[in-house]
Ligand binder design. Structure first.
Ligand code: IMP
Length: 428
């Protein structure tokens, strides 16, 4: 039963969109299991350039069915926009897109609360994407969320929505001094969503089990990254779901034995959007150069991403949590011409050398990187498709990262296009 997960192995934005698009050629089903439209995948293929936030990047391969599992949170306005855009540009969705009836809906009050909570935190703000993710998952955990299935029964929805909205309006107005939302307006949005989106809601869990039982290939598309995981990341500077491998089981209703491959996607350096500890951050012209060369600006919010050297301490921790069977290394070409290239192999914490990730944020913020230096390379790696054509310096950098990550680097991405990829060993 071959399910393969593609997971962000750092702080998100590792280039999973391209990897999933590349691997989807071998897949029958592509499934998202966590997060919502806080994610942003840029996919470039023969049909053009697409920025997807919710719909899995596998949608561009005609043989695939794309699904969004119960562990994800769905903003119906975003979903409608993506559905409309893809259909307008000729991507067929009928019978190819299914959203779990159990997935929670991001409501307008979640988006409002996300922004109000962030501004109330002042300098300790998390730097969320402002898409309502945290409040939607909070409502899920406190059992006052609304799910896709609720949109299919509008008569039962209205009295529930009334109670839920009154509660949220009390928080919006009394705690944050914001403007209350009107029941009629929110309900009429629900009616519009139900009319347009009902054909896409269904039993994702059943579909996945049926497909796995037939021996089909299911690709589990991660969002965000291991270090943004609610439990395993740099809490509280994390997202509100579990982008690690356990989240794939919970978020799709599958069990661990059904997952045969865990593919970790690492960038050849690190980036992070939003606040929180980032020991290898480069607040200098080297960081600035990488940011501009690689266009490191958030696909969802356009914010400049913080940039730093590869952090092997964080990488090893990520391998420990996710158990990668394969690694994809992206954006190697960005480091063409950099001398030296640094790799963080340990932290110095209060005068001591540590090689694992501290659990406390205050401790993590005090960690200073201990670097080893790599000489770099001059000949470009950009667009190289054959491993033997990589310059010697790039090959030894990749080998060193592989040793430090503790899992085989099977694919190397050397550019944004589908074909700008080196397959060292097929992963599916
Ligand atoms: P939220 O998920 O919008 O609540 O944001 C929480 C934290 O996760 C913030 O630091 C965001 O910048 C970060 N984050 C959320 N989604 C992504 C992503 O897809 N890529 C990178 N960072 C993300």
């Amino acid at each position: 039963m071959p399910a393969h997960a593609v997971l962000g192995a750092q702080w998100g934005d590792e280039g999973k969109g391209k990897v999933v698009d590349f691997l989807s050629g071998h897949a029958d089903v592509v499934a998202r299991f966590s997060g919502g439209n806080n994610a942003g995948h840029t996919v470039m293929n023969e049909q053009g350039k697409f920025a997807l936030h919710l719909i899995p990047s596998g949608i561009f391969w005609p043989q695939t069915v794309s699904v969004i599992g119960n562990g994800a949170v769905v903003d119906p306005d975003t979903l409608l926009r993506e559905v409309t855009d893809l259909e307008r540009r000729g991507v067929e969705l009928k019978g190819r897109l299914l959203i779990s009836e159990r997935a929670h809906i991001i409501m307008p009050y979640h988006i409002m609360l996300d922004r109000l909570q962030e501004s109330a935190k002042g300098s300790r703000a998390i730097g969320t994407t402002g898409r309502g993710i945290g409040p939607a998952y909070s409502d899920k955990a406190s059992r006052s969320g609304l799910r896709a299935a609720d949109l299919l029964d509008l008569r039962a929805l209205k009295p529930r929505l009334k109670v839920i909205l009154e509660h949220n309006n009390t928080i919006i107005t009394r705690v944050y001094g914001g403007e209350p939302l009107s029941l009629d307006e929110v309900y009429s949005k629900c009616v519009t969503w139900a009319n347009r989106l009902a054909p896409f809601f269904g039993r994702v869990e059943r579909l996945i089990h049926e497909r796995l039982a037939k021996g089909q290939v299911v690709l589990l598309e991660g969002a965000q990254g291991a270090l943004l995981d609610l439990d395993h990341g740099t809490y509280p500077f994390v997202t509100s779901s579990n982008p690690t491998i356990g989240g794939a089981c919970v978020g799709l209703g599958i069990h661990p034995k059904q997952i045969t491959g865990v593919i970790g996607v690492f960038k050849a350096y690190c980036t992070r959007v939003g606040s929180g500890p980032f020991p290898t951050e480069l607040k200098n012209e080297v960081g600035e150069r990488i940011r501009h060369l690689a266009q490191e600006f958030g696909a969802t919010t356009g914010r400049p991403r913080r940039v730093g050297w590869f952090d092997a301490v964080a990488a090893r921790y990520s391998t420990q949590v996710n158990g990668y069977t394969s690694v994809v290394l992206t954006r190697l070409d960005v480091l063409d011409g950099f001398h030296p290239i640094k790799i963080c192999t340990a932290y110095e914490l209060d005068g001591e050398r540590v090689t694992d990730l501290p659990g406390g944020t205050a401790e993590f913020e005090r960690c200073r990187p201990v670097y080893e230096e790599h000489p770099g390379w001059d000949k470009p790696t950009a667009s190289v498709t054959n491993h033997k054509d990589l310059p010697e310096g790039a090959r030894s950098y990749v080998e060193r990262l592989q040793e430090l990550i503790g899992a085989p680097i099977d694919i190397i991405s050397t550019g944004p296009k589908r074909h700008e990829t080196i397959t060292v060993r097929p992963v599916i």
